[in-house]
Design a binder for this molecule. Structure first.
Ligand code: NAD
Ligand code: UDP
Length: 319
């Protein structure tokens, strides 16, 4: 990595995924050298193809639950590797538990050896099916450890505990970002999450599959806003967890209607069974991010969805 000389260097695990690929680009634009590590279990090299010619970018295909060796100095480790969509982590339950536990252990060990700042991609799922609304960082959550979502939720809760242990016991500089539902270009069309699912259903004139009666709520953040928040957190001194997300909350049914309107589709809504332990409400309290990072989302939902719809339209036309 001679070409990265004189630059701050970041390792992004899960860098070929949706968020990881946006993060790699953001870091390159801010003058970092970037090493992207990914085993491509849910990611794709297509996401990082545009970065491939950059001398300050390097891709390593590796499973982060295995021994990690990097000869060069690293200043920041962004640990983003993990299946993230409910469909993916139900298909890969053991890999999800392993990347959250063993993968977090390996990457924290690397951060300790390199004296790097470690940033964990955690999730609003640590709050489970929340009994407090909106969710603040001091809420401990309501998680079913043995339900189907437990493989993801508990892996992330373990990852947070391990991160804090490395901070307290080994003095590693650590950050924890609790990411709320984020959407944007480069999500996988078939990853099952509600944003790509509804957009692609609307674009193909298929029914929008609303799970349950659609009264459960979510709050959607555009990827550019999220990445800016994570970048600010990495450069801050905040070691406690920080929620990053967009507080605008709506029901899934309202969201389906919005997608139909924005795409100009004639699709109708079709109800399907609600998945086990699907959280009934979710909305981030972002007062900590506002106070500590001076951050809040800037992109309104209609604008962000407009860009995302264009992206999926483009994919469909290219096929
Ligand atoms: P994604 O599936 O697009 O990306 C995850 C990436 O991690 C993929 O490229 C995958 O191949 C890689 N990966 C998984 N296991 C690995 C392993 N063992 N070794 C190496 N690479 C591995 O998902 P995403 O939406 O980009 O999520 C990225 C991170 O953000 C995840 O940790 C996820 O839990 C967290 N997160 C995302 C959201 C969201 O709304 N997108 C919300 C909360 C948390
Ligand atoms: N959902 C839905 N239809 C779909 C996919 C998801 O109604 O085709 C619902 C899902 O039950 C949940 C919400 O949309 O209540 C958000 O789901 P997603 O998988 O995007 O993420 P989650 O917030 O559940 O992790």
């Amino acid at each position: 990595m001679k070409t990265m000389k004189g630059k701050k260097r970041a390792l992004v695990t899960g860098g070929a995924g949706f968020l990881g690929s946006h993060l790699c680009r953001h870091l390159l634009e801010r003058g970092f050298g970037v090493v992207c590590m990914d085993n491509l279990i849910t990611g794709s090299v297509r996401n990082i193809e545009p970065l491939a010619g950059n001398d300050d970018f390097k891709f390593i295909k590796q499973d982060v639950t295995e021994y990690l060796f990097l000869p060069d100095p690293i200043d920041y480790i962004f640990h983003f590797a993990s299946p993230a969509s409910p469909i993916d982590y139900l298909e890969f339950p053991i890999q999800t538990l392993k990347v959250g536990s063993l993968g977090t252990h390996k990457t924290l060990g690397l951060a300790k050896a390199k004296r790097a700042t470690f940033i964990l991609a955690s999730t609003s799922e640590v709050y489970g099916d929340p009994l407090v609304h909106p969710q603040k960082e001091d809420y401990w959550g309501n998680v079913n450890p043995i339900g189907p979502r437990g493989v993801y939720d508990e892996a992330k809760r373990f990852a947070e505990a391990l991160t804090m242990a490395y901070h307290r016991f080994h003095g590693v500089e650590t950050r924890i970002v609790r990411i709320f539902n984020t959407y944007g270009p480069r999500m996988r069309a078939g990853d099952g999450r509600v944003v790509p699912a509804f957009i692609n259903q609307a674009l193909t004139g298929s029914p929008l599959t609303v799970f349950g009666d659609g009264s459960q709520t979510r709050s959607f953040c555009y990827v550019r806003d999220l990445i800016e928040g994570i970048y600010r957190l990495a450069l801050s001194r905040e070691t406690g967890p920080v929620n990053i997300g967009n507080p605008r909350e709506m029901t899934v049914l309202e969201f389906a209607e919005l997608i139909v309107r924005l795409t100009g589709s004639s699709s109708r809504v079709e109800h399907r069974p609600l998945p086990v332990d699907d959280p009934k409400i979710r909305q981030p309290d972002i007062s900590k991010a506002r106070a500590v990072l001076g951050w809040e989302p800037r992109v309104d939902l209609e604008t962000g969805l407009g860009d995302t719809i264009e992206y999926f339209r483009g994919l469909a036309e290219a096929e």
